[in-house]
Ligand binder design. Structure first.
Ligand SMILES: [Zn+2]
Length: 119
């Protein structure tokens, strides 16, 4: 579980500094996840963006379906869903828990770093 500040445990298997956070902060008030990487870079991810890029199978399928669906079912807008919690998963990922109960998304650090460099 991540409170306002947590330092992920680093295993013996040291991966690249680029994809290893030195600090993770969940800012509930701002609805942001802030990651400081060991190479010094700081990334700020908005909750909306994280939710839109949720890597779980359900959301991936949903995104693929929506792009081809002519009459997409109106669902709760991502902006109405807030980021409730974040839990560290081993030393490679963070699991995000949303206000609608969705918690299947495991965001591995390589994925987050790629998402940040993509912007
Ligand atoms: Zn998902």
């Amino acid at each position: 579980m991540v409170s306002d500040s947590a330092t992920p445990a680093h295993g013996a298997d040291v991966s690249s500094d680029r994809t290893t956070p030195s600090e993770l902060k969940l800012k509930r008030a701002e609805q942001e996840l802030r990651v400081t990487w060991r190479d010094g870079r700081e990334s700020v991810f908005s909750a909306v963006r994280l939710r839109k890029n949720c890597p779980c199978a359900t959301c991936r399928t949903e995104r693929e379906t929506q792009s081809t669906d002519l009459l997409p079912v109106l669902k709760q807008a991502p902006s109405e869903i807030s980021l409730a919690n974040a839990r560290l998963v081993g030393s490679y990922a963070v699991q995000l828990v949303w206000s609608d109960g969705h918690d299947a998304g495991i965001y591995d650090y390589k994925y987050l770093r790629a998402m940040d460099e993509d912007s």
